[in-house]
Design a protein around this ligand. Sequence first.
Ligand SMILES: Nc1nc2c(ncn2[C@@H]2O[C@H](COP(=O)(O)OP(=O)(O)O)[C@@H](O)[C@H]2O)c(=O)[nH]1
Ligand SMILES: [Mg+2]
Length: 354
Amino acid sequence: MGVARASWTTGLVVDGTRARRRERTRARAFDVGKLAKVLRRKTANDLARVFNGAEKTRERLTDVNDILALWRASAHEETLEELEETLLGVDFGPKASARVTDGVRARVERGECETGEDVRRALKASIVDVLRSAGDSTTIGLNEREGEPSVIMVVGVNGGGKTTTLGKLSHRFAESGAKVMMVPGDTFRAAAAEQLATWAERTGAVMSDSPPNTKPGAVCFKAVDEACARGDIDIVLADTSGRLHNNTQLMDELVGVRKSISKRMEGAPHEVLLVLDGTTGLNMLNQARVFGEAVGVTGIILTKLDGTARGGAVVSVVDELGIPVKFIGVGEAMEDLQSFEAESFVDALFPEEA
Ligand SMILES: Nc1nc2c(ncn2[C@@H]2O[C@H](COP(=O)(O)OP(=O)(O)O)[C@@H](O)[C@H]2O)c(=O)[nH]1
Ligand SMILES: [Mg+2]
């Protein structure tokens, strides 16, 4: 991996016609399957960061150890109720807490839980079941048509972390050898394009450019057009507005942006990622539903898990919306975006006792 990656990255900074032609050849050779594999492999290395990111939620969950220390299979109902309470305390929400606890109860009743440690394993397995029920978290949809870029649209309310996440995604794609174009589709906030341009510079991405006062749909249409014409772009990352004068207007605009992208490229966008602020816990659910219905969200990115004891909301969001979490944000730095893998996440919440 090291050598291939190095040559990719080098290709991103050289300029001039020959270099560009070379990049184009590389872009064609760019292998979607390979990228998916890289993203998956990264997951394993991510555990430590997830671990730190989930610290506050984990602290709150140490109650589980105390509860399980008193485990007696003959009096399990009471313990299961206490477990459910603990899950509620980290924002699993009533529905997901009940579903997880039911999963544990089923395992207990099948005779799989003799000891407290067995129950702990059952609890973790039950949470993993819920997290996996919404589909595959570990892959992202990419364009499989040769020579064409993949288009990823990022949506969510203001302040949730969209633009920052775009920067982190750009970094991650660049690390995997992809050439990225960023699209300033948030035309509502004056400083949004500048913020995105800073991220583009920092991560070696191309920034698409539109004349002032271009409508967001047209900004995105033109960007996809430009990416196709250049021939060296692998991933187009489109930022969008998180606030307009009212919600209906915002949703109409996002639907319009989506349509403009599809109009320029059949099958695009290949992913519509919804960025949700993890610190808002269960409050994010309604918001998520509105976006989900309007623009057909294909994956969730939960940000700011580093600053919250409400990390359990991940489970609730997946359960309620049936949409997989694909990445989590665990800090403000470029590296602080982690692939979401159910088992690693649950291991981070319930580490093995030393
Ligand atoms: N601690 C922490 N802060 C984050 C994370 N993601 C974004 N932020 C911060 O949240 C604030 C809003 O982010 P921004 O990307 O501008 O949100 P947008 O309005 O949705 O585009 C910024 O101060 C970011 O640095 C994260 O995962 N952890
Ligand atoms: Mg923004």
